[in-house]
Design a protein around this ligand. Sequence first.
Ligand SMILES: Nc1ncnc2c1ncn2[C@@H]1O[C@H](COP(=O)(O)OP(=O)(O)OP(=O)(O)O)[C@@H](O)[C@H]1O
Ligand SMILES: [Mg+2]
Length: 268
Amino acid sequence: MNKSIIKTITSDSERTGNVLEVKHLTVEFKKNKQPFYAVNDVSFDVKEGEILGLAGESGCGKSTLSRSILGIQKKGVSGEIKHFYKRPQMVFQDPAGSLNPSKTIEFILKEPITVKGNFSGEEKDRRVREMLKMVDLSEELLTRYPHELSGGQRQRICIAAALMQEPRFLIADEPVSALDVTVQSQILDLLKRLHKELNLSILFISHDLRVIFNLCDRVMIMKSGKIVEMGDKEEIYFSPKQEYTKELMDAGRTKYMVSESKSEKNIK
Ligand SMILES: Nc1ncnc2c1ncn2[C@@H]1O[C@H](COP(=O)(O)OP(=O)(O)OP(=O)(O)O)[C@@H](O)[C@H]1O
Ligand SMILES: [Mg+2]
């Protein structure tokens, strides 16, 4: 990335009520030597304390957008990105691939605060135990390696590792897509709980609108690198303006999920 496009503003006097502000973000790749815009002039904010959903079909640019927001994608990125808290973190789609197979769970959890931060050994141990409790896992897992865990346990470890540095903003890029349905709903419940307990703002990415409607406050719909629709969850569900949004909703048979989550009252 062109580092200068990411600014981190942490003084209280400059707070705007958002954890993230993105303006005119564009990511240019080359396809057959021609410019190709994986993200094309995208602007949006993530408000303090909200879960914002980002939905769109495979290849529309969701991961490229999230990688640029965190500065992981560097090349071809232009626009303006403002973070209002330090250490924003990301949870990736594939829990197996994002954990180092040769390291124990204890090492993986301690690593983020070993690299950054000035913690004593005792503090690190305490924080690891707290985090495991937070994601409902037993301390017995500490001596194990990632391949010795179930998919759901691995994703809980990824979430715990992302939270070790106490971020206020988390990007979850398809965090449940690789999991079976029962485990998916457990991880979604965990994210809802962490969102509340840790006052965590989340940009939650999925190609599945059912999952987005179940979890999020507001929704953005992305198509071919552009945000084509954005609004409150209920607004998008009851009066989608774009044909593409309707197609995504039809594809996911979202009706059941929304009526179910509305009657639940406790959708956040
Ligand atoms: N490093 C890269 N170089 C060239 N093209 C890329 C690169 N990374 C992504 N792309 C292209 O950019 C487009 C967007 O990809 P991206 O991975 O962001 O989509 P996505 O919405 O996350 O898809 P999925 O739902 O499958 O994860 C795709 O056409 C992809 O092939
Ligand atoms: Mg992706």
